[in-house]
Structures are given as structure tokens and as C-alpha cells.
Design a protein around this ligand. Sequence first.
Ligand SMILES: [Ca+2]
Length: 481
Amino acid sequence: MAPIMQKQPGKVARNLLKWAAGLALSAIPVGSVAQEAAAPAPAPADATAQKPNIVLIVADDLGYGELSCQGGKTVYTPNIDSIARNGVRFTDGYVSSPVCSPSRAGIITGQYQTRFGYEFNSSEAKLPLGIPTLPRRMFENGYAAALFGKWHLGEEKGYRPLERGFDRFWGFLRGGHSYRGTSPENPIIDGFTPVEKQDEYLTDAISNRAANYIRANQHRPFFLMVSYNAVHTPVHVNASREARFSYIPEPRERALRTMLAAMDDGVGKILLTLRKTNMLDRTLVIFVSDNGNTPASQIEDNGGFRAGKASLYEGGIRVPMMMQWPGVLPAGVVYEKPVISLDLTATIIATGGGNLKDYPELDGVDLRPYLTGENNGDPHEALFWRIGQQRAVRKGKYKLVQIYSDGPTELYDLSADPGETANIADQHPEVVRELEDAYAQWNKGNAEPLWGRSARAKDPLDDWEGESPERPDPWIQPPSQ
Ligand SMILES: [Ca+2]
């Protein structure tokens, strides 16, 4: 399937050239500069100021079809939508796992997390020491690196954000958190220290800290990761914002809509802060969800995809993904070739001046050449997933998926059947064989799980980190205030 690539407007092309010329200028050898005796060498502060900033916004359990730019009809999300309008929206953007913690391990390392045994959500889960992290790479390339919100990659000493590459952290270490307050069991942490009080609605607190950070760090390049727990359970709302939706009679729908609106408001605040500080055109802004939605966090269906969180059907791993960088990336483009969250990591490192040849462990690619039209090829020959018994391969329009080790191997043509309704494995044994071979080759590079069930669980929903759809509705009635 051909990507719908709009030709980049002339202004974008010119700005891209200007940007490239700026990079080339900064690479002029000292000898060349010395010949122009009247022009003093730029001070180091000026050189670093030219590096673009990166803001990576990660939503939690936000399904493919919830945002209005993704086809959602119930909620209007103008601020998140604006990233797509001013940049690139990926129709076939995947995460490397259908559950939180392994998906985040993929994003923070740029590697298929199964390569180092990070296969399951677990209270034991922690990013193995020695695995390079994205914030560490950014630090090495001259960046400040801040995380606000959810970490979920280890809470023991030695595994916390400030010990894994970030130099600023405010948020929580576990997989979930109440939207109000803090507690000794699962505290909000500032750096290493639990805060005593946390009165602000958590989504707003994360957004406000991100905006403050942007304002305070205009003088240096930064990598800012804004890691919302919205729209993960518990379903807690901010009462004043909920009043905006008082016309919705059904309380659950009203509450979920309010939670998503809170995140959209926060993204708006971040974008407005970048605009007010004149940094929009030197900032790459990325938005992605860590996995598909759950019945508990779902307003719309999952974009019409099958299943949701915890499943390797499309509903679990195909997520909203978009990025903007005015003047560098084209605007209003929809990119349809399959990409994966690991590409975001590689793109961020390359944007920060890292040479990807120096980081052979990365499984992703720098997406920028694909988005500017410089490279019309496929970012990946194939994409792969493994979690417990489940495995999947996406190659071109075909997807092979197996949910149970003793169950059928299924093949779908996603171009004709994005909902994975008609298993065509019997009609295309040669495709099944090709994808099986590709998977077997890839799987050789995976490690045994470091925790969780090394024996494959019978029920894929055993990998569920919270409530399963078979259990009672985890909906929590919003309090009256
Ligand atoms: Ca999640």
C-alpha cells in the first residue's frame, strides 16, 4: 500500500535546507572559520542552543480510535489533533508490546524489549542495568533530560529515573496512580523524595510541570518526556472540568471524556508554552500511546481493530502516533507504512545529533528521511512481537498472529481486512512460511523472560496488568467533587 504522502510545501523544503545548512555550518572545521578572522568562533552556548528540543508525550492505554483526528466521534481533542495537522500522523504506528511496562522498556531503550527479557508486566519488572537508555544517550549528546509522570521501569534503588539517565523527575514509579493525592505506598516523587502533599489533579500537575520546565530551560537543548497516566484507571475526574461535559448524562462516558479532555488540555498548554517561548520551530513534538485501550478506558471502539490491551491483535499494539516539527517535517501528512515506537527512540537520538551507527543495538530507524520524502522506501522489512504465548509478525500488508501456542496460526491481509476477521492462512501457505521464517530468525535474538511466566500462560489475559474484561467492571464512580 502506498503511503499518502503530500508533497512537501516549498516553504518546508526551504526551511529544511536552511536547517541542514545550519548543521553544515556548525560542522565547518576550525581552520575554515579561522580564515574569516573577523568572525569569532561561536561560543559553546550558541552552538548548543541550535540543537532542537524534543518533547515526547506518552499517553497510557489510549486506544487507536479515541482522538478526534483518529476518527473518534465522542471526544473532541483539538490540541492533540493539532500535532497531526501541523505534522505527520501515522496510520500504522505500533508499539512493541500490548502492555505498559514492556512497551515503555521498548521506547526507553529503542530495542525490542524481549531481546533482554523484558517480556511481562510484573511487580518485579525493572530495566536491567547496563542497557543503554534514551535519556542517557541524550545526555551524552549534550541534552538535559526530564521525565514528568509515569516511569514503570523499576522502583528499586539503582533503577529509578534519576539513576537511568534523567536529570529531572517528578512523578511515580509504579504502573498506576490515583489522580489525586499521594500515599506512602505509591508516592508522588520529586527526584528521589516523596512529596508530602499533592493536591492538584495529576494530569494537570504533570502538564503544569512540563510547561514550567520548558519555560525554565530555554537556554539549553532538552529532551522532555511527558508520561501521562491518563487515560489508565482509576477513573478519576477533575470536577470543574467535568462540568464542561454536564450535558452527557451517562456518568462513565462523561468521566472518561473528561479524563481525555484533561490530557488534551495539557498537550495544549505544552504547545502554547513552546509557541510563547518561540521554540515551536526548533522542537520535535511526538505523541504516542503505550498500548491499546481497555474496556475500562474506552469510549469509542478500538478504531475498529480487534481486541485491545494485552492482545497482539491490532487493537493491542496499533496506537495513535504523530509528530510535528514546523519547518522541518511536512505538515498535514498521513504516513501509512508500518512504523514502531522503537523508531521514535532512534529518531529522537538522531535529532539530538547522535550518529545511529554508534548505537547498533537500536532496532528502530530515524524516521525523518521517510517523512520528508528523502527516502521513499519502507522503514522496516518486517515488525515483530512476542509476549507469552502470543507472537506476531507484520510484513507489508500481511500479518501473522498466534494467540495460543496450541491454537491456530492466523494470517490476515490488513489492507483488505484491518479488523482481522478472516483468517487466510490456508489460502496463502507460502506467505505463512515466509513470515514464520522471519519470526524464527528474529526470535533467535530474544532472551528468556527475566520475570513472569517463562512457561507461556494459557490465557493471554493473564498478562493483563489490572482488571480483565471478564471481571467486574472496574469503573469507579467519580466522586461528587
Ligand atoms: Ca498502558
